[in-house]
Design a protein around this ligand. Structure first.
Ligand SMILES: Nc1ncnc2c1ncn2[C@@H]1O[C@H](COP(=O)(O)OP(=O)(O)O)[C@@H](O)[C@H]1O
Ligand SMILES: [Mg+2]
Length: 427
């Protein structure tokens, strides 16, 4: 009887706790919406200073717990020459593989030799089979078209209410992200362009658009915009909507219970080509999420493991894949701006994830090496963003402090890759 009432009491307590959280998150998003309505007019400054605004924490960041593990990076590792050839300087000519040439070769066990070469790099034969993703040419063409399209419908279908599925006049679709505040649209947009600098083509093409009253693009859905209480003049992002996407479970080597993904036979044997291709894309994802400090994917899963031991068996946040197995990295709004602001809460998890991987795509490491050596990530990112996005002035750019954090992360990533090279390069 006593046990029963104790259980009952615990249940009541949990319900009360859940209601408090529910009410709090609703209040929080209302507060953000309210704040945003008053902060947007006039647009963003350029470059923008760091807004020290702790109330911009998301529900997730409020759940932070004390450190459980020490960061494994950041020591004084000697940087080494990572690449045999110089990286293509400033090239925006994204790597383009043939196309479907390998679709039949993706199935079945590996017969094409070792999946790694030169110690830490995915082999060339595997690279040749990797999906092309959204190539620079494809993305540029989509962006140019999307800027001219009229939105004829806005409806749910892209996640939370602050995102809407937009249908263009020609029937194609995009996900519009209003963002809880302007930082999130910045995070989404600048992560997209950083991926461009790194040659990572898994992010759907993105444009910015301003919801100004005289905008032709939004004229047909003005009533709907008013209904959503989206503020006039807000800058939103639009990303191409991709059909037939499905969820992605974190592959076994990248789960916490495993030893990680290292260029050793134990970690790579018995993998099908399709599994290796997915792992190669994950190695890019981990680099991108580390650099942008995006906690809203693998890292948030690691965090949730504390109370949900089966979280890794479920789909990873903000990651989808096409029927062909191409990973699509969506919802990057936690990256760079928000991610950097709450870095002290998440850094140990970012370090844990990064240190679990020692196999990389050669091209990505070349781009990282170049950004490390030239120390020009701020300038390169700003130039690419300004040249590609007419509304860059309106939305603004990273503060100097955050640009410094990005360069620092590039340098730390470089050291980690060098460390892997030092450890496995002789194999
Ligand atoms: N570009 C896209 N193409 C197709 N579906 C998308 C796209 N972006 C988002 N979605 C769909 O919307 C869901 C939620 O997207 P997400 O951007 O993560 O929203 P939220 O901000 O609510 O987390 C995804 O799981 C997916 O089903
Ligand atoms: Mg999401």
């Amino acid at each position: 009887m006593r046990a029963l009432s104790a259980n009952l009491f615990a249940l009541l307590f949990l319900c009360a706790l859940a209601s408090v959280f529910y009410v709090w998150s609703a209040l929080e998003s209302r507060l953000e919406r309210h704040k945003r309505r008053f902060s947007i007019p006039g647009g963003g400054s350029f470059p923008k200073g760091l807004p020290v605004d702790l109330s911009a924490k998301t529900f997730r960041t409020l759940l932070a717990v004390p450190a459980a593990q020490r960061p494994r990076l950041g020591g004084s590792l000697d940087a080494q020459n990572l690449t045999d050839q110089p990286a293509s300087a400033g090239s925006r000519d994204y790597h383009v593989n043939g196309d479907n040439k390998g679709s039949t070769r993706r199935e079945g066990p590996v017969k094409l030799g070792s999946p790694v070469e030169n110690g830490i790099f995915w082999s060339e034969w595997l690279e040749d089979l990797l999906p092309v993703g959204f190539t620079e040419e494809y993305a540029r063409a989509w962006r140019n078209r999307a800027r001219t399209y009229r939105v004829v419908k806005l409806e749910p279908g892209c996640g939370r209410i602050s995102n809407q599925l937009a249908t263009f006049a020609d029937g194609t679709k995009a996900c519009v992200r209003y963002g809880i505040n302007a930082d999130q649209v910045q995070g989404e947009t600048l992560t997209y362009y950083l991926a461009g600098l790194l040659g990572i083509t898994n992010l759907p093409p993105l444009i910015l658009s301003q919801l100004s009253g005289d905008s032709e693009q939004w004229a047909a859905v003005r009533t709907r915009i008013d209904g959503l209480q989206w503020s006039d003049r807000a800058v939103v992002s639009l990303t191409e909507w991709i059909s037939n996407l499905t969820g992605v479970v974190t592959p076994a080597p990248l789960r916490q219970e495993s030893g990680g993904l290292h260029p050793v036979p134990e970690d790579l044997r018995n993998k099908t080509t399709a599994e290796l291709l997915e792992l190669a894309q994950w190695s890019d994802l981990i680099i991108l999420d580390y650099l942008t400090a995006n906690f809203d994917r693998l890292v948030s899963n690691l965090f949730s493991l504390q109370w949900d031991s089966r979280v890794m068996e479920r789909d990873t946040n903000n990651l989808l894949k096409t029927p062909r197995g191409d990973l699509v990295f969506i919802d990057n709004e936690a990256g760079l701006v928000h991610g950097f602001r709450v870095l002290n809460m998440w850094e140990k998890y970012h370090n844990t994830v990064l240190s679990s991987v020692c196999v990389f795509r050669k091209r990505t490491t070349q781009r990282v090496t170049e950004l490390h050596r030239r120390r020009d990530s701020r300038q390169r990112l700003l130039e690419l963003y300004r040249d590609s996005e007419p509304l860059s002035q309106e939305l603004g750019f990273l503060s100097d402090e955050h640009a410094g954090v990005l360069q620092d992360r590039i340098d730390r990533l470089y050291k980690h890759i060098s460390n892997c090279k030092g450890k496995y390069g002789q194999l």
